[in-house]
Design a protein around this ligand. Sequence first.
Ligand SMILES: *[C@@H]1O[C@H](CO)[C@@H](O)[C@H](O)[C@H]1NC(C)=O
Ligand SMILES: *[C@@H]1O[C@H](CO)[C@@H](O)[C@H](O)[C@H]1NC(C)=O
Ligand SMILES: *[C@@H]1O[C@H](CO)[C@@H](O)[C@H](O)[C@H]1NC(C)=O
Ligand SMILES: *[C@@H]1O[C@H](CO)[C@@H](O)[C@H](O)[C@H]1NC(C)=O
Ligand SMILES: *[C@@H]1O[C@H](CO)[C@@H](O)[C@H](O)[C@H]1NC(C)=O
Ligand SMILES: *[C@@H]1O[C@H](CO)[C@@H](O)[C@H](O)[C@H]1NC(C)=O
Ligand SMILES: *[C@@H]1O[C@H](CO)[C@@H](O)[C@H](O)[C@H]1NC(C)=O
Ligand SMILES: *[C@@H]1O[C@H](CO)[C@@H](O)[C@H](O)[C@H]1NC(C)=O
Ligand SMILES: *[C@@H]1O[C@H](CO)[C@@H](O)[C@H](O)[C@H]1NC(C)=O
Ligand SMILES: *[C@@H]1O[C@H](CO)[C@@H](O)[C@H](O)[C@H]1NC(C)=O
Ligand SMILES: *[C@@H]1O[C@H](CO)[C@@H](O)[C@H](O)[C@H]1NC(C)=O
Ligand SMILES: *[C@@H]1O[C@H](CO)[C@@H](O)[C@H](O)[C@H]1NC(C)=O
Length: 649
Amino acid sequence: MLYLILCFLLGFFSSSLLSLSLSLPPTHLCRPEHSSALLQFKSNLSLSISNCSQEVHIFSAHKMDSWDEDTDCCKWEGVVCDNRKGNVIGLDLSCSGLSGSLQSNSSFFSLQNLRWLNLAGNYFGNSEIPSEFGKLRSLTYLNLSDTALTGFVPHEISLLSELVSLDLGQNYLLFRDHDFNMLVHNLTKLENIVLDRMGLSLVVPYSFLNFTVSLKHLSLSYCDLQGNFPTQLFHLPFLQNIILRNNPNLIGYLPETNWSSPLSFLDVSGTRFSKGLPGSIGNLKHLKTLNLDSCVFMGSIPSALGNLTKITFLDISGNMFQGQIPDVFGNLNDLSFMDFSSNNFSGLFPSSAFNLTSLTFMDFSSNFLRGTLPNNISGLSYLRELHLYANLLSGRVPGRLFSLPSLEYLNLGFNKLNGPIDTIQEANLVQLVDLSKNEIQGTIPSSFFDLMNLTILDLSSNNLSGNIKSCMLVKLKNLRSLNLSFNHLLSLTRCSNDANSTLPMIIEFHFSSCNIQRFPSFLNASKSLQVLDLSNNQIHGSITKWEAEGWEGLATLNLSMNFITTVEEIPGKRLYVLDLHSNSLQGPLPTPPQSLAYFLISNNELVGEIPSKICNLSFFLYLTSLRTSWAELFQIVLGHLATSSQWML
Ligand SMILES: *[C@@H]1O[C@H](CO)[C@@H](O)[C@H](O)[C@H]1NC(C)=O
Ligand SMILES: *[C@@H]1O[C@H](CO)[C@@H](O)[C@H](O)[C@H]1NC(C)=O
Ligand SMILES: *[C@@H]1O[C@H](CO)[C@@H](O)[C@H](O)[C@H]1NC(C)=O
Ligand SMILES: *[C@@H]1O[C@H](CO)[C@@H](O)[C@H](O)[C@H]1NC(C)=O
Ligand SMILES: *[C@@H]1O[C@H](CO)[C@@H](O)[C@H](O)[C@H]1NC(C)=O
Ligand SMILES: *[C@@H]1O[C@H](CO)[C@@H](O)[C@H](O)[C@H]1NC(C)=O
Ligand SMILES: *[C@@H]1O[C@H](CO)[C@@H](O)[C@H](O)[C@H]1NC(C)=O
Ligand SMILES: *[C@@H]1O[C@H](CO)[C@@H](O)[C@H](O)[C@H]1NC(C)=O
Ligand SMILES: *[C@@H]1O[C@H](CO)[C@@H](O)[C@H](O)[C@H]1NC(C)=O
Ligand SMILES: *[C@@H]1O[C@H](CO)[C@@H](O)[C@H](O)[C@H]1NC(C)=O
Ligand SMILES: *[C@@H]1O[C@H](CO)[C@@H](O)[C@H](O)[C@H]1NC(C)=O
Ligand SMILES: *[C@@H]1O[C@H](CO)[C@@H](O)[C@H](O)[C@H]1NC(C)=O
């Protein structure tokens, strides 16, 4: 916030300067020694195209192009002067594509009137921070973030006692404990400190207690902080943002009382913060972000969460919270992201979450939540992802879920859902649906095949029954992966009138352990199909030459545990894995394609010659659990593979 104000101030200064300079005679306002100091600074750096990620700085890459001796330095881009004395007081060269080193003897450090200095997003590779920075005593704003600076931060930084905002983040910089202490102690006006991705492993967090009472913004993510974070810091009366993300050796806990009331951003994710989430959190009327992801919090969560009416981001996943989740979310109208996954929550699923009007992401996966999913969902118009994987949810699969206008990803797998899948009134554009490992009964409603943007569909391991017609299935033109395995009563038949229809994008098609009776030859034109698993079905008779045509991309074909008697030709010219074990194959073995690497044919009734071509192949023949004379065969395969032989399985 503060830097926004400062940026605004910079803008304000330069525009007031502009209006002032219009009324002045055409003499240079800039002090000549400032002008030459800046030119020397420029001459020691090279200019390249900025690759700052956060903004596109098309023009600022050439900020310094306007810097030359003939013009007033107060008019140079990025330079701000005070309008009376012509002192250079502000320098914003962030993301300007500068590279070179910061030299300690640079006359730059003679710019002792500088109040704002932003060099962020440039490249001073392998420079240390020159101790001469300590000369810039008037600095209130210093930003050196993301400049590839290295080494220890010099203790002279604590001479900058006017500093209100300091950003040294995204550098290879380290702090010595003593120097850090001095800084904390001496910078009594500091409101804003950002040291993300610096090395603070030598700093004892206890010293944070000496931060000035006016501290508003503390950002110390990815700093390798060690030891105990002082809880009292949460009491600082003006604190708004506290970001400690990813300090896996930082221990701490949240205060029971006396929270800083303006707190708006609290992120301790990826630390060893523990104990509970206190009910007093509900008093934080300004809290927008609460991220406790991947810590060691435990206990139950307070219903006061329902009082956080400003909250937009709530992530408490990956902890050991337990007990019932209070059903208090109905009023959190700004909540956009909510993740309660991977805890130990039990009791009923909090259905008020389904009333949230701004939610885009919801995840309650990997808990022990019971209950049914509400039928009349009034919110969730913006929901893109719904993850309720691995819980104990039961009942129907509400058809309304498939009408939510923004839904892209739905994962209800590994629950106890048993009701049928409701008819879908108005199919949405959902792309991934996983309802696997439930107990869903009944047929798949034909309206389900109107979900035309489905790319991944997993309905495996349920009790689905009925017959899927090929002409329905092929409506899912975007489908890449389909898994319907382990639905013992589910079958697939070809429509008579769909001569040319197919699934053009399909890559994997799993239909194992169902009730399929015919080889689904309508898929043979799917050039992208790589994996076809039809094992453990009811396919009888033969795979004809006609059925084996096409299958251009097929790499893995599993037809094991069926009742196939003959294979006139093996489908797929590029087949890599072919599993025909446990069928009723008789007669001679069909010649496999050259590409084959794994060939499983045990448990059949084959008699005949090993085709001589097999001997040129470098595949593994799996011949375990043979019905007869396997020892004999083993010997043949080992000893006589190079010549055709009589053999028998
Ligand atoms: C420092 O500058 C960078 C790049 O402009 C910006 O992203 C960052 O927010 C600034 N830090 C502060 C504290 O102003
Ligand atoms: C830095 O600039 C000064 C003055 O232009 C020049 O004398 C000096 O050689 C430069 N140093 C480097 C390393 O370019
Ligand atoms: C600064 O020091 C470097 C060597 O460290 C030298 O090459 C350069 O000329 C010096 N520049 C000035 C302005 O003294
Ligand atoms: C540009 O980005 C690359 C990698 O993201 C980095 O290595 C390089 O130092 C950057 N260059 C500058 C001039 O910032
Ligand atoms: C702290 O700041 C004061 C005032 O600028 C300064 O005199 C003093 O030397 C600083 N102390 C340290 C240890 O930097
Ligand atoms: C705060 O600073 C004072 C003076 O430097 C020091 O004596 C004290 O130990 C510091 N407190 C903490 C918690 O570091
Ligand atoms: C909370 O604040 C009250 C009043 O300022 C004070 O009496 C109490 O000791 C504080 N509690 C803690 C735990 O700091
Ligand atoms: C939520 O806020 C209301 C009104 O401010 C208050 O009455 C209620 O006790 C709070 N609930 C919780 C659980 O803190
Ligand atoms: C999770 O809760 C169950 C009871 O619901 C309990 O037996 C188990 O110990 C808990 N696990 C953890 C890691 O807290
Ligand atoms: C959710 O909204 C529905 C319909 O508006 C309402 O009947 C229900 O009480 C709400 N549930 C909660 C928990 O707020
Ligand atoms: C849905 O699929 C169509 C093509 O079948 C595509 O044009 C459209 O962008 C997709 N919509 C979404 C939201 O993915
Ligand atoms: C099927 O394809 C053949 C040739 O590929 C074409 O002659 C025929 O009209 C197509 N039939 C339909 C119903 O699209």
